[in-house]
Design a protein around this ligand. Structure first.
Ligand SMILES: NC(=O)C1=CN([C@@H]2O[C@H](COP(=O)(O)OP(=O)(O)OC[C@H]3O[C@@H](n4cnc5c(N)ncnc54)[C@H](OP(=O)(O)O)[C@@H]3O)[C@@H](O)[C@H]2O)C=CC1
Ligand SMILES: O=C(O)C1=N[C@H](C(=O)O)C[C@H](O)C1
Length: 242
């Protein structure tokens, strides 16, 4: 039976993943948080799942590489340097990084890519996300993923087009940009909406996470799929067969 080790095990996601593992009767290889023995967990696990914090990523990747253990990274708020480190790790071990492990968001990304490619730049794209009061990064990893899908659909990139938040005398909206707005409050598990605003009409594509169990189930699915794979950087689309 595949042993899954949880990095960030006492956090909201870590606890949700442990619950899914016990429901499935799957082997829980244990977990660690700040100050825990990551190397020992990596050695004891067939696959690691990391839902912790960007500051922990480098240590987690190093432990996974040293043990030759594949790793699913769900942590968000990652920088370009973090992504470069993930690419480098993927030369040695199997790595799957995603801002959202749910099936619904994988499907929404595909729909957003298609809509952006077919509608053209006269349709303005704005992405709105709402999360619980304890979320520490913005925009959410999912919002950025949806922005990347939209940018790809338009044949451009997110760094070239993103506008994160607006305030003051902003002037007219610049054509071709992709805007982001983040709302925080209460216990919202995660809402994402992509607005395509044209002349006289609007399309909204949305996803509402009712419970973080959907992320936990997706993370376990991804981990079971990733265990035993060759080195490389994999995606949720591959796990879900989309
Ligand atoms: N990809 C996806 O589908 C999803 C991704 N996420 C992302 O997962 C991450 C965790 O979310 P959530 O569980 O809600 O957050 P929590 O704050 O509830 O949990 C984070 C956990 O990581 C630990 N941690 C924090 N800093 C470090 C560190 N430097 N080294 C080791 N461990 C550390 C914390 O331990 P301690 O309490 O001891 O500090 C805690 O156990 C976030 O980035 C979030 O955006 C969340 C949901 C879905
Ligand atoms: O922190 C959260 O809670 C979530 N984080 C992820 C993100 O940043 O997109 C995924 C989900 O929306 C919940």
């Amino acid at each position: 039976m595949t042993g899954i080790g949880i990095l960030g095990s006492q956090g909201r996601m870590g606890l949700a993943i442990a619950e899914v593992l016990s429901e499935l009767g799957a082997r829980d290889a244990g977990g660690v948080d700040l100050g825990g023995d990551v190397e020992a967990l990596a050695q004891a696990s067939d696959v690691l799942v990391d839902f912790s914090a960007p500051a922990a990523l480098e240590g987690h990747l190093n432990a996974a590489i040293a043990a030759g253990t594949p790793i699913v990274i769900g942590t968000t708020g990652l920088s370009g340097q973090h992504h470069a480190a993930i690419d480098k790790a993927a030369e040695r071990i199997a790595v799957l990084q995603t801002g959202n492990t749910s099936l619904g968001i994988a499907m929404l990304s595909a729909l957003v890519r298609q809509a952006a490619s077919r509608l053209g730049e006269e349709w303005d794209i704005e992405i709105v996300e709402t999360h619980h009061r304890r979320k520490v990064d913005a925009p959410s990893g999912t919002a950025l993923m949806l922005g990347e899908a939209a940018a790809e659909g338009r044949g451009t990139t997110l760094p070239e087009t993103s506008v994160i938040g607006r305030a003051g005398l902003t002037g007219d909206r610049v054509a071709g940009t992709i805007g982001f707005a983040s709302l925080r409050g209460g216990t919202v598990a995660g809402d994402h909406s992509v607005l395509f605003a044209g002349d006289g009409e609007r399309i909204e594509l949305s996803h509402h996470a009712e419970d973080r169990a959907i992320f936990a189930r997706g993370a376990v699915k991804a981990a079971l799929w990733l265990a035993g794979r060759d080195p490389g950087r994999y995606t949720m689309d591959q796990v879900l067969g989309l």
